[in-house]
Design a protein around this ligand. Structure first.
Ligand code: FE
Length: 141
């Protein structure tokens, strides 16, 4: 699913295997390393990505899938802890064949090409809990 190297203590570089789904691979890596706090950055290419948009006036999620070849021009995310497990929050910007960009909250993206990620981890968990006021899973700092 991925190969990785620990560059310095708690700081990893990952290369995901072609055709794997990025969120699945990240969840597997966080589980393997017991990561409950961290930051993620990366780039790559996908041909099947689903983004989420939250309409704040209705608090409804709108999900949309883009089944086309795109460069992942930016992937940024964080890792925290919710219900004792790693919780991933990832956003992506991707460029299309006409060089325009789309993006959003990342639900899934299947790699078609490469995906290179850096994951910086921290020893203390960042806690997250459901906040009834916003309806969102918010940091509890
Ligand atoms: Fe988000």
């Amino acid at each position: 699913m991925y190969s990785y190297k620990e560059l310095s203590q708690g700081y990893y570089v990952l290369s995901l295997d072609n055709h794997v789904e990025i969120m699945e691979a990240l969840a597997a890596f966080c589980g393997e390393k017991h990561i409950l706090a961290g930051e993620i950055s990366g780039l790559g290419a996908t041909n099947d990505a689903t983004f989420r948009y939250l309409n704040p006036s209705t608090m409804k999620y709108v999900d949309k899938t883009f089944a086309e070849q795109m460069e992942i021009t930016n992937l940024i995310g964080n890792i925290s802890e919710k219900d004792g497990k790693p919780y991933l929050h990832v956003h992506v910007t991707a460029s299309r064949s006409d060089y325009s960009c789309i993006g959003g909250h990342l639900l899934s993206a299947r790699i078609n090409g490469a995906c290179e990620l850096f994951v910086k981890t921290f020893p203390e968990p960042i806690h997250r809990r459901h906040d009834p006021t916003t309806g969102l899973n918010m940091y509890q700092l």
